[in-house]
Design a protein around this ligand. Structure first.
Ligand code: BGC
Length: 298
């Protein structure tokens, strides 16, 4: 584990938040910085804020790598979807833009994947073997699948179809808030969502994160499920911590078989990072202040 803190940055709908992370303990090494997300949240506008955050922490992080979360599918450094952000993110080579702007290595990862890694390495799913499903309930529904601690990236299970509808459009915390639903009205919807997931995936553990998990006592005990379901430990801090951890694991100690963030075939970095037959066959290109209590929604 690197001794120097690694910067994690979490791009959310209302704020872009960053903090250097002490990876030995899995917590922020200093206070975080939060800057409002630009009204037009295109990759280029967001990148300017990311640069401000990197510059702010440059003394602490040195020239080390950084990890950045986005609420989108990320394959080989390219964002491939944009459910709750500007559509300009679709098929955008974001890792390249960040690397060019920042002059350092950057790992860009899906926000729920980062949260999942944080909970498995340091939080509610630490030392839990088997299949763990980490969900983040916010504007959308983010999901991460981890098996024996290993992330299976880009699970977009917030978008499974239930009763003819995209699940997150019926069951997310954002919909509850927008529609002004009570807990009692929302519980059957989120219960149906988790019941569907457990029928399809048979997880050993479900972890529930996102701002609303602060109120877990009001809804988790009321869900009828076969799978143990627990609140996340890090809630909205998980994105920053998981992004830093993933950046460290991928950029400082890369796994040669992990092609999820390396560019597609034809790029030199792919060949250097991932030699051999395992990759050569691939065709596809993939509130300010108190950190201890910070779980404001993004
Ligand atoms: C997106 C996911 C994201 C989740 C949480 C969904 O709408 O498709 O990529 O992880 O929201 O932000």
């Amino acid at each position: 584990m690197s001794e120097r803190p690694v910067l994690g940055i979490d791009i959310g709908g209302s704020g872009i938040k960053g903090a250097p992370v002490d990876l030995t303990v899995g917590d922020w090494a200093t206070e975080r910085l939060k800057i409002a997300t630009p009204a037009k949240s295109t990759p280029k506008n967001v990148a300017k804020i990311v640069k401000e955050i990197v510059d702010h922490f440059s003394d602490t992080i040195g020239d080390g790598p950084i990890g950045v979360t986005v609420p989108a599918v990320v394959m080989h450094g390219v964002t491939r979807s944009a459910a709750n952000i500007d559509k300009a993110w679709i098929d955008f080579p974001i890792e390249q833009l960040f690397a060019d702007m920042l002059g350092r290595e950057v790992a860009v990862v899906n926000d729920a994947d980062a949260a999942g890694v944080c909970e498995v390495k340091y939080g509610a799913a630490k030392d839990r073997p088997g299949l763990v499903l980490v969900t983040t309930l916010g504007t959308g529904i983010g999901t991460a699948i981890l098996h024996n601690g290993v992330l299976i990236p880009n699970a977009e299970l917030g978008h499974i179809e239930i009763d003819g509808h995209d699940a997150e459009s019926r069951a997310s915390a954002g919909v509850k808030e927008r529609e002004g639903w009570s807990m009692a009205k929302w519980i059957p919807k989120i219960e149906r969502y988790y019941q569907t997931l457990e029928r399809l995936l048979w997880p050993d553990l479900i972890v529930v994160g996102g701002g609303i998990s602060r109120e877990h006592e009001r809804f988790l005990p009321k869900l009828t499920l076969n799978t143990p379901i627990v609140p996340a430990m890090f809630r909205n801090r998980a994105g920053i911590i998981g992004a830093a951890r993933l950046a460290h694991d991928r950029l400082v100690h890369p796994d040669p078989l992990d092609v999820t963030t390396s560019p597609g075939p034809g790029d030199d970095r792919t060949r250097e990072a991932a030699p051999g037959p395992a990759t050569s066959d691939r065709e596809d290109g993939a509130d300010g202040g108190d950190r201890a209590r910070d779980d404001s929604s993004s």
